[in-house]
Design a binder for this molecule. Structure first.
Ligand code: CDP
Length: 228
């Protein structure tokens, strides 16, 4: 018998966290939660409603009208995020959202709102969640914490390819600048900055195939699932 655990995957922008998290969740029959999607969906709501990020009251009020939900889509074999009942999974991947999301995610009220929901999702364990502060703040007692890294150039290429498939007008420079900007804001913000948790295992996947990366992480997970 194996015990159910919590697996956290944190790290820099576009270093393959969600790919690994989805594979682990699938193999283990666990729930996968993309915490970044929540910050992206909140950003979409704020942009649509012209919320002034500098106005604390306005931000607080706006959050009262934000309802987020993950719904499994069997066609894509993936869970997708809904903002007030609307599937926004595709819209939130746009560069327009990526340009603003780190500013939104640095706001205390926004983090409290998202983190409270994320903690609840882990109540029953059996979950893989990726993000920036999952091992440090959301689940500090998680049984397995992974901190992912990859060379900047590799990360830029990967994200460029993803975005180019949707929008051929996008340039490498736009993608590079966005990743650099987000990494800077995410790791320098006051509240819950991106950090490797002390007990996290570092996984640099610059020269690993998806299969190699998965095998490593899966063996760590199996080890932690053993009942001692
Ligand atoms: O582009 P990538 O998949 O690497 O990022 P994401 O996971 O979609 O997250 C988008 C942004 O949300 C990040 O750049 C952070 O500003 C914020 N975020 C956060 O602050 N904390 C998390 N746990 C997850 C994301």
């Amino acid at each position: 018998m194996a015990k159910k655990i919590i697996i956290t995957i944190d790290g820099w922008s576009s270093c393959g966290k969600s790919t690994l998290a989805k594979q682990l969740a699938k193999e283990l029959g666990y729930v996968y939660v993309d915490s970044g999607a929540m910050y992206r969906a909140i950003t979409l709501y704020f942009l649509r409603n012209n919320i002034d990020l500098a106005e604390k009251k306005e931000v607080k009020e706006a959050l009262k009208s934000v309802s987020l939900e993950f719904v499994f889509n069997p066609k894509r074999n993936n869970s997708e995020i809904y903002l007030n009942g609307e599937n926004v999974e595709y819209l939130i991947r746009d560069l327009v959202i990526a340009e603003k999301v780190s500013d939104v995610a640095a706001i205390k009220e926004v983090r409290e709102f998202a983190v409270a929901q994320q903690k609840k999702m882990g109540d029953k364990k059996g979950i893989v969640m990726d993000g920036r502060d999952i091992g440090t703040v959301v689940f500090p007692k998680a049984e397995l914490k992974i901190f992912m890294t990859a060379d900047n150039a590799v990360r830029v290429q990967r994200r460029f390819k993803e975005l180019y498939d949707k929008n051929p007008n996008i340039t490498i420079d736009e993608v590079k600048n966005n990743l650099e900007m987000r990494d800077y804001i995410d790791s320098n913000r006051e509240i819950s900055p991106l950090r490797k948790a002390k007990d996290a295992i570092e996984l640099d996947n610059t020269s690993l195939t998806e299969k190699e990366q998965f095998n490593k992480a899966f063996s760590w997970a199996k080890e932690r699932m053993k009942i001692k």
